[in-house]
Design a binder for this molecule. Structure first.
Ligand SMILES: [Zn+2]
Length: 129
């Protein structure tokens, strides 16, 4: 296409009838869910309950953070082999009590966490371990 002048209108603009709606508007209440979304499945809720009981039975009421030299009370239960890597959250051998600060650092996956066994690669864990 050759560039040149802008396209020129060849016919005059004429006033016509406006657009008309062909379907009725519907209220959104007819489309709304009757039951609210569940924040967590019943299966996951049961698994978390089981995990809390196992962690309490394994570590007691006031476990200390497992990081050498930390000494604070643990806030979280950490899974060295994460669920995303095929780990179980209800396996006591895959639970380590950590304080929140240490857990935040360990979750970033520094090499020392792998060296201490606090993080496990998927190819190092699972059934083969
Ligand atoms: Zn700690």
């Amino acid at each position: 296409m050759r560039r040149g002048q802008p396209l020129a209108r060849r016919t005059r603009l004429t006033a016509r009838k406006g657009l008309t709606r062909r379907t009725e508007l519907t209220t959104t209440t007819e489309l709304a869910r009757v039951t609210p979304l569940r924040p967590m499945s019943a299966r996951r809720r049961a698994e978390n309950r089981e995990r809390r009981e196992i962690a309490h039975a394994t570590f007691g009421d006031a476990p200390l953070c497992a990081i050498p030299g930390c000494g604070r009370l643990a806030d979280d239960v950490h899974e060295p082999l994460t669920r995303a890597r095929g780990g179980s959250i209800t396996d006591p051998s895959n639970m380590v009590p950590l304080c929140r600060d240490c857990h935040d650092v360990v979750q970033r996956g520094p090499q020392w966490a792998y060296d201490l066994g606090l993080m496990v690669h998927s190819w190092d864990g699972g059934d083969a371990a």
